[in-house]
Ligand binder design. Structure first.
Ligand SMILES: Cc1ncc(COP(=O)(O)O)c(C=O)c1O
Length: 494
């Protein structure tokens, strides 16, 4: 590409329009080829590079001296990104709630960024708005939220939870805002941290979130919820919302939704179901019943980028009564004048965001190419794998496993035999770091009852039980070395 001439003449060939379509096709094809080559060669989910080493490479890039050619920038990108990225498609990426993605969704991503619709107003999106609305209706139908349901796509579960709790707060304050400092949100100790973050963002009191205990399967105890609802009533603390989790981040446990819904109805409390993770059950042909009760929620979070094999980001918040969405509606003459509400389908009237990606297109193409059953079959596969992994761990004397998962996570730890037992926490932390540094596999870590544990989040239907067994051997090897280096005479957990 020519680098001389007036800057604007140099810049114009980079604009995407009817005159630059050949360049668009060539450039994108080159980018796809680099990804193809990288994915084809990735024998590990990660290279294990340190943040400091990568930061040095990135700091050396002179952002004021452009390379001119996309091909040259892609060469550079190999070094600053592609070579050392964390690859979620790899069967030994077993760490966080990141799924491998399906090709129809990648197609959607390519189309939506090129057309670049913004879903805030009809006059910036046209059909995109209607496609998003159809998908919201489809999701609400799968949830069973009834004829008045509605919702909107969001950037992720955190935003969906915040949005739902904002609506709940506004409903709770309908009689007067002076009680805001007394509002309470009840959730379980296994709930996602975005519940507490939302409470803070919503200006609730620092002690507004009441955390109730879970049972041995890490599901909210309805008796504990009943006790707290009762206490709040007696102490004149209005319960703004109860947040039940359908698929907790650590344990994949699903709170007992029917009992919780019954208690919420009795107390007149808003029920929010955080199904960010568990929403994959909506398309499972064998496990949909695990979400029974979700149809009684006032609001629901679903993250298609967790269990529908969609690229980040793709999430939605849904409500049973579309009228509550008005609490986040503002009008501007330059965008969505008040008189247009209801007449022109402006999604900004329902959203916390203004300019917003057409993420719904990815799910649309996924459903149109593959259909819901195919997505459900992929999710069922990883839930089956988690069940088999639990059996494997339960029979392995080197490890202790916490709960039998309802979804696809398994929390466990390496358990050194005495006299190394006291080093269990450090040994597990070390094993996780050593594994990541080797790049051979990636697992997550968490704490259970104050102790360090490891976690598999299984979202890749290509991961096999052999992969799991191999990773367990690697983890045990690292942990054992850690213990043996510190405990004389050698220790083995066997
Ligand atoms: C249960 C649950 N809710 C909400 C979230 C937040 O979702 P996001 O990361 O998309 O904001 C997560 C993320 O892991 C989650 O597990």
């Amino acid at each position: 590409m020519k680098m001389d001439g007036r800057p604007v003449d140099v810049a114009k060939p980079h604009l995407f329009n009817e005159r630059t379509l050949d360049g668009y096709r060539r450039t994108l094809a080159d980018g796809i080829d680099r990804v193809v080559s990288r994915i084809g060669r990735a024998d590990r989910p990660f290279t294990g590079i340190s943040a400091a080493a990568l930061a040095r490479e990135i700091a050396e890039v002179d952002l004021d001296r452009p390379l001119g050619e996309a091909a040259v920038a892609l060469d550079e990108l190999e070094d600053v990104y592609l070579r050392d990225a964390v690859y979620f498609h790899h069967p030994r990426y077993l760490a966080h709630l990141n799924c491998p993605v399906v090709i129809p969704a990648l197609l959607g991503e390519a189309v939506l960024t090129a057309v670049n619709s913004s879903l805030d107003t009809w006059d910036q999106s046209a059909g995109g708005t209607l496609i998003e609305r159809r998908l919201i209706d489809w999701t609400a139908g799968r949830l069973g939220l009834g004829p008045y349901a509605d919702g909107v796509f969001t950037s992720g579960g955190t935003q969906s939870n915040l949005h739902a709790l904002l609506l709940a707060r506004e409903e709770a304050l309908a009689g007067g805002r002076e009680k805001q400092h007394r509002l309470r949100v009840i959730t379980s100790e296994a709930a996602h941290f975005s519940v507490r973050k939302s409470a803070k963002l919503l200006g609730l009191a620092p002690n507004a979130v009441i955390v109730v205990e879970t049972d041995a399967d890490r599901r909210m105890r309805p008796a504990a919820l009943a006790r707290e609802l009762d206490r709040c009533r007696r102490e004149n603390l209005p319960v703004m919302a109860v947040v039940a989790t359908a698929g907790t981040t650590d344990f994949g446990s699903i709170d007992p939704l029917p009992e919780i819904a019954r208690l919420c109805a009795g107390a007149g409390a808003w029920l929010h179901a955080d199904a960010a993770y568990g929403c994959g059950l909506l398309v499972s042909r064998t496990r949909r019943h695990l979400l029974d009760g979700v149809e009684r929620a006032d609001s629901v979070t679903v993250d298609f980028h967790k269990s529908f094999f969609q690229p980040v980001s793709s999430s939605a918040v849904l409500v049973r009564d579309r009228a509550v969405l008005r609490h986040a509606a503002y009008h501007a003459d330059y965008l969505n004048p008040a008189g247009t509400a209801g007449r022109i389908p402006n999604q900004v009237d329902k959203s916390l965001q203004t300019t917003r990606r057409f993420d719904a297109l990815k799910l649309w193409l996924t459903l149109r190419v593959m259909g819901p059953d195919a997505i459900g079959a992929l999710f069922d596969e990883v839930v089956d794998l988690a069940a088999a992994t639990w059996v494997l761990l339960n029979e392995d004397p080197r490890f202790e496993v916490v709960t039998r998962a309802q979804l696809s996570t398994v929390v466990f730890r390496y358990l050194p035999a005495d006299p190394g037992r006291a080093l269990a926490g450090e040994a597990n932390l070390y094993a996780r770091e050593a594994l990541a540094a080797s790049g051979a596999a990636m697992v997550a870590a968490t704490r259970v009852d104050g102790r360090h544990y490891l976690k598999f989040t299984l979202l890749n239907p290509e991961t096999t039980l052999d992969d799991i067994a191999h990773v367990l051997d690697l983890l045990a090897g690292h942990a054992e070395r850690y213990v043996n280096d510190r405990v004389p005479l050698g220790v083995s957990a066997g």
